[in-house]
Design a protein around this ligand. Structure first.
Ligand SMILES: C[S@@+](CC[C@H](N)C(=O)[O-])C[C@H]1O[C@@H](n2cnc3c(N)ncnc32)[C@H](O)[C@@H]1O
Length: 494
């Protein structure tokens, strides 16, 4: 293995670490990298078992590097403050006002102020602009000893990861096998995988009715305010599970930044679908590209296997950061079995972690299908857009299919009491008038009390529930906020 490639698995720092005296962090980084180099240089020979163990050792060392970075990477505050002092001292000596310095250097007045206050670490281009102001007499060595934000290295740093053993081609192959079988229920992960499915989904969720009746109604600012009330001004690691095109998640992050004076946020977009992930990543990178306080990272992976992703599972209590799992767009309601999902996907969650999701709520106390048929407006809506999206894979992968139709079926056999589901049933017509049926997707209407109780049973304490409603065709909805309890049960989160 090439050593460079091995190092690149380390999650990159937003800040360069080129201080004069190596900090303990840099020393540890140096020695661990050397260790990794040495391990990579070890030759395991032809023995397969030895080769596998060698691979595991290298992977372990990479994880240690990632954890070091996550827990101990220097924050921008310290270096910003030091640079600010030097700059103010030289400006005073030169007898310049901040306005004059802004005008001579071509930097904005507010940027100069932020630099001097230490609230912004200096970008390299800014350092160069300041060095060009002769009156300032900035001593090059004094400047070059100070760490600066390498805005270009930050942009070029690895920011897209594919999780180990993830194989989207195999997933599509499995999906096609299922569609060519006798019918059955499709796990929702599959309906976003290929590019055409992703495009059809994007069109569906950007249709004017969906945007006005759902997306625009999401209480992003209420969620952000409540999260900040609970965690304060700490750094945040926002892990967006299934961000789709990323629009909702980016809005939430924008609100989180607004609620914080000195934001420090890592934004992990975690999706199974490469085309959707690239769409979300581009949107996030375009939105936050100039903001040195936000680091955007894409991870292609399966949220049913979330505990496998070690990069995301450090111990926030020690790192003075908070991790926030976010699952928007009513994605929870698409999952086969919610209690199992809460238990397995968040098995790696640590006390103090936060969880935010939105979900559709029941219209009535009854789960009698005859009552639901009358009360739930979705049952009388056109399914045209859904047919294009959910019927597409059947047309593309199912041999000999002649036609596909879509209808809704009420599902009252749900694990959460008082809740029900709507199943999107596709009927594929084959030669000789044969048909087969697939449940392609599902949505849920929850009894909020049973949803909250279920999470409580898994150690998540409710910290907020924000109702919102959109168009009449949609169910009442709510954003749910939870925090992982300290201790096994009963104790409340801090
Ligand atoms: C209902 S969409 C929600 C999209 C977005 N959050 C929104 O608010 O519009 C579900 C998203 O979850 C992703 N997804 C589905 N199953 C997944 C899995 N097993 N692992 C990771 N992502 C998954 C899909 O690719 C899609 O982006």
């Amino acid at each position: 293995m090439h050593a460079e490639a091995a190092f690149s698995s380390e999650f990159p720092s937003v800040l360069a670490d080129d201080t004069l005296e190596p900090s303990p962090y840099q020393a540890a980084l140096f020695h661990l990298r050397q260790g990794l180099q040495a391990l990579c240089d070890l030759s395991p020979g032809a023995d397969a078992a030895k080769r596998e163990e060698h691979g595991q050792l290298v992977a372990l060392q990479k994880q240690v590097l990632q954890l070091l970075h996550i827990h101990f990477a220097p924050s921008g505050e310290e270096l910003g403050a030091r640079f600010g002092e030097v700059l103010r001292h030289h400006r005073d000596e030169a007898g310049l006002t901040q306005e004059q310095l802004a005008s001579y250097s071509g930097l904005s007045l507010s940027y100069i102020r932020k630099l001097e206050q230490g609230s912004k670490p200096p970008a390299r281009t800014a350092v160069l602009a300041l060095c060009s102001v002769a009156e300032l007499k900035l001593v090059p060595s004094e400047i070059t000893m100070l760490p600066a934000v390498r805005e270009y290295s930050y942009r070029l740093a690895p920011n897209w990861y594919v999780s180990p053993n993830f194989d989207s081609v195999q997933m599509l192959h499995d999906f096609a096998m299922q569609l060519n079988g006798g019918g059955g229920s499709v796990e929702q992960t599959y309906v976003y995988l290929d590019h055409k499915s992703a495009l059809d989904w994007i069109q569906l969720c950007n249709a004017p009715g969906y945007v006005a009746g759902f997306r625009e109604c999401m209480p992003h600012s209420g969620i952000a305010r409540r999260l900040r009330e609970v965690v304060g001004q700490v750094g945040l690691d926002v892990i967006a599970l299934g961000p789709g095109d990323g629009k909702s998640e980016v809005r939430l992050v924008q609100q989180l930044l607004e609620e914080c004076e000195r934001p420090n946020l890592r934004f992990y977009l975690f999706d199974v679908s490469q085309p959707l992930l690239s769409r979300a990543f581009k949107h996030a990178a375009d939105t936050f590209g100039d903001d040195p306080n936000v680091f955007v990272c894409g991870i292609q992976g399966n949220f049913h296997q979330l505990p496998r992703y070690m990069q995301l599972h450090y111990t926030p209590a020690r790192s003075h950061r908070r991790r926030v799992y976010v699952m928007l767009g009513a994605t929870l309601g698409n999952i086969d079995n919610e209690p199992q999902f809460f238990q397995s996907a968040f098995a790696g969650a640590a006390p103090g972690d936060l969880l935010v999701f939105d979900a559709g709520l029941v219209f009535t106390d009854s789960i009698d299908p005859a009552v639901l048929q009358k009360q739930d407006p979705a049952l009388s809506k056109s399914l045209e857009g859904h047919l294009r999206w959910l019927g597409g894979p059947i047309r593309r992968y199912c041999h000999d299919v002649q036609d596909v139709s879509l209808s809704l079926r009420i599902d009252t056999k749900r694990p959460l009491a008082g809740s029900y589901g709507l199943q999107f049933i596709a009927e594929a017509t084959l030669p000789g008038m044969q048909t087969k049926e697939f449940c392609m997707w599902q949505v849920r209407r929850y009894d909020p009390a049973s949803l909250v109780q279920c999470l409580r049973d898994f150690g998540w304490e409710p910290i907020g529930q924000i109702p919102f409603s959109g168009s009449r065709a949609r169910p009442p909805q709510a954003a749910f906020l939870f925090q992982k309890r300290h201790g096994r049960s009963g104790s409340r989160p801090t």
